[in-house]
Design a protein around this ligand. Structure first.
Ligand code: SF4
Length: 362
């Protein structure tokens, strides 16, 4: 996309963009970045959004957003749930982020490419807002976009809108404009409402809000850190090791400073801080802690889902003995055992790495 923007600046040509849009919140994260350069027409093709009432609710939200971007046009092509259900048949029970999502991306981007091919005189290229979501794997979405472009002999523009604070912009504008933000991706598979006994991850965790860290969370995260270390890690470390480890949050000014320059998020349930995590720009997942009373509720996964996509390449972390199985399950491999010295006491942890191509897998 950057190349195209450069060319538009030089020649003023090629700026008519057909932008596949999945929902209002994602569009809110992308439109401020693209409208200064492109003449944008949104293409709302999402037969994956179930049930129909939710499809309509998200479309209405998108229309509300467009009141703030009057220059942007909107196309809603004919589409049906049956189209999606037939494409993902046999993949309903796969987790979000798996093969069903690849089919879902391809279905929507194929439809966009097909529309562009039939209206070549109106548009120069297409792209998608899907890459703004921290829960979505941009390389896999872009691969689906390029494949669709090849099939219809049109131009697809790669993007990764989350890398430019697209997600933060989305959160900010939704709040500012009072827009509805959904709690699940689209299909909600597998879902109890559809007769399945396994609730989908988004429904199960929908009461937990992942919000951006700010200094108002300094005290609560520092306390959570100490309590988690002293209780949850007690089975793997000695009392002396736990004591020196837990003390790292005692200096609150230093604790606050330690988040500077990091992407940091906090998990909040009913107004209570139940977890937090942070990652630095180089992809080092610095901390990931869940409240001692809220273990095994998927909170660590939610935090990782938010943080990992901000890495440009591999994600690396120093995992405690206690956390090692969790990270292994998420696709991290042990690089080496590590020894940390604190106040004359040594602690063992593990340097673990998740390859960039697996970021987005859960
Ligand atoms: S989880 Fe989202 S991307 Fe995956 S298949 Fe369902 S609607 Fe599509």
């Amino acid at each position: 996309m950057d190349e195209r923007i450069k060319r538009i600046r030089e020649t003023g040509r090629g700026k008519r963009l057909l932008l596949h849009v999945c929902c209002g919140p994602c569009a809110a994260g992308v439109l401020p970045a693209v409208t200064p350069h492109f003449d944008v027409t949104l293409f709302y093709h999402n037969p994956n959004i179930l049930p129909k009432t939710e499809f309509i609710k998200r479309l209405d939200t998108l229309k509300s957003l467009l009141e703030h971007f009057p220059q942007v046009k909107l196309i809603v092509p004919p589409q049906s749930e049956a189209e999606f259900l037939s494409a993902v048949r046999g993949k309903e029970s796969l987790p979000e982020g798996g093969a069903r999502c690849d089919v879902c991306f391809a279905l929507r981007l194929d439809a966009t490419a097909e529309y562009l091919a039939a209206h070549r005189d109106e548009f120069d290229a297409f792209a998608t807002t899907l890459t703004v979501s921290p829960r979505k794997n941009a390389p896999r979405i872009n691969a689906a976009g390029r494949a669709a472009a090849d099939r219809y002999d049109v131009v697809y523009l790669d993007s990764d809108f989350k890398k430019r604070d697209g997600y933060l912009t989305s959160v900010r504008l939704c709040k500012e404009f009072g827009l509805y933000r959904q709690h699940y991706c689209g299909c909600g598979f597998p879902c109890p409402a559809q007769g399945d006994s396994h609730p989908c991850s988004e429904h199960q965790k929908s009461d937990i809000n992942i919000v951006d860290y700010d200094s108002s969370y300094c005290e609560a995260t520092a306390r959570l850190f100490s309590e988690t270390v002293l209780n949850v890690n007690a089975k793997d470390y000695s009392p002396e090791q736990l004591r020196v480890w837990a003390r790292s949050a005692d200096d609150r000014e230093r604790w606050e400073r330690s988040f500077t320059g990091h992407r940091a998020v906090v998990a909040v349930l009913d107004g209570k801080v139940v977890g937090f995590g942070d990652i630095d720009p180089a992809g080092y997942l610095d901390r990931l802690y869940v409240h001692k009373d809220y273990q095994r509720r998927g909170i660590a996964s939610l935090l990782c889902d938010r943080l990992e996509p901000f890495a440009d390449g591999d994600v690396v972390t120093h995992a405690s003995i206690t956390a090692k199985p969790f990270f292994r399950q998420r696709g991290y491999a042990v690089v080496r055992e590590n020894t940390v010295e604190r106040e004359g006491t040594t602690l063992v942890n593990f340097v673990m790495r998740k390859p960039s191509q697996n970021v987005g897998d859960k």
